[in-house]
Design a protein around this ligand. Structure first.
Ligand code: SAH
Length: 231
């Protein structure tokens, strides 16, 4: 399956951005996913390509017009999920990334200014997704982060599929600490057990580490982990 990504933006030059490099870039070249970038300005009604206007009710900034966005969406979005990157959206998590990784068509609307007219979100039943509790200048950056998380889960994008199973957030735990050569660096040694070749002990040590790190750094995740152990 090829994941077909459609981006609606007023800054098409920002794509593929960092998605064009490294593993996602190679996967794009290899045809594991495709990218179609739609310039919202092409659907503006005036020759200046206006896409925004002042907010009803007053207040700072500009809002993206529903009529222009509506035309852009109608012309480009045929099927699959349609997402608007928004600080008000549901938080992007590894679980959501996995869910989206199973979709064949993903359309993403990248906001600018103060955001988009609410009616367009209602009319097209657009899902809102946030990449965190902070404000960016635009949805383009957020869309690339979401896509990076989703695309690396497509079989074949990451060379070693095994590495996905063991990562942070699997089973609600953060990852254990990692070590590589040299065995001793500036007086610091690699934990003995990792060099023992005793797989069961290594696995046990890593699990314990993951639990302790999660408990200390992310009490919210740790609680989920404990709750899951009970069932
Ligand atoms: N006025 C809005 C913020 C607008 S920021 C508010 O207070 O909620 C401009 C655009 O950047 C948004 O339309 C959205 O597409 C994008 N954006 C900003 N922060 C984001 C975040 N944390 N997650 C996803 N998209 C974000």
């Amino acid at each position: 399956m090829v994941v077909k990504v459609k981006i609606l933006t007023i800054f098409p030059e920002l794509f593929p951005g960092f998605l064009g490099s490294s593993l996602t870039g190679k996967a794009l070249k290899d045809g594991l996913w495709s990218l179609d970038v739609v310039n919202i300005r092409d659907y503006a009604f005036d020759k200046h390509g206006s896409v925004d206007d002042t907010p009803f009710g007053g207040g700072a900034g500009m809002v993206m017009r529903p009529d222009v966005l509506g035309e852009a969406i109608k012309a480009s979005h045929k099927n699959g999920r349609i997402i608007y990157m928004s600080p008000r959206g549901k938080p992007l998590t590894q679980d959501l990334a996995k869910e989206l990784g199973k979709e064949e068509n993903i359309t993403i609307l990248c906001g600018r200014f103060e955001g988009v007219d609410e009616r367009v979100i209602e009319a097209f039943k657009i899902e809102e997704v946030s990449i965190g509790d902070y404000i960016l200048t635009g949805g383009d950056q957020a869309a690339q982060i979401l896509l990076d998380a989703v695309l690396r889960l497509i079989p074949g994008v990451i060379g070693n599929e095994e590495s996905i199973k063991d990562e942070s957030f699997e089973g609600n735990l953060l990852e254990y600490s990692q070590y590589t050569r040299p065995v001793e660096w500036e007086g610091r040694k690699v934990p003995e057990v990792l060099m023992s070749g005793h797989h069961k002990n290594i696995e046990e040590w890593r699990k314990q580490q993951a639990i302790e790190i999660t408990k200390k750094r992310r009490p919210d995740l740790y609680k989920k982990y404990l709750d899951l152990q009970k069932v």
